[in-house]
Design a protein around this ligand. Sequence first.
Ligand SMILES: [Zn+2]
Length: 168
Amino acid sequence: MRVLVRQLNRRRVGMIEVDAEAKPARTTTTDTNAEVYLDWERAHDDSGHLRRCIVCGSEDLFRHKTFPQITPFVIVLAFALSLIGVLGFVTDVAILIGMTGVLLLDIAILFFARTRLLCYRCRSQYRDVEIADYHHHWDRSTEARSRREREPRPTEPSGRHRNRDEFR
Ligand SMILES: [Zn+2]
């Protein structure tokens, strides 16, 4: 699986590629060359799904569907086309062709949309993983609870994920 690792203050650390079977305790990000320590203890449930954040250890994870960057463009395009149609600038056939194009784009976007697993506490993002049914979409109450749980602790960013360069 691929993980976008973030610190507790949600600052991006980098992407890591880990083998969930091998469970490496330490790895290096592929893009920023930062050292990351992973905690695999009770990370998986009985059916092998990820249950806990291997970066910060939080058990609160939520699923999130990500759409490709093109989505806003398609929305603007659909809006423009319907406006042109309403104002009657072009023939109905042209509008029909245009709308069909937008529809196909929409379908393509849905096809490329990926569901990812995110951590409430550190917002580390898990990609290419099978998501267990008990992980739901983001909700305010879990976010608030997760925040309450982490507030009593000092908010110093855990030194575990510090970039190597910072030590020089
Ligand atoms: Zn986390």
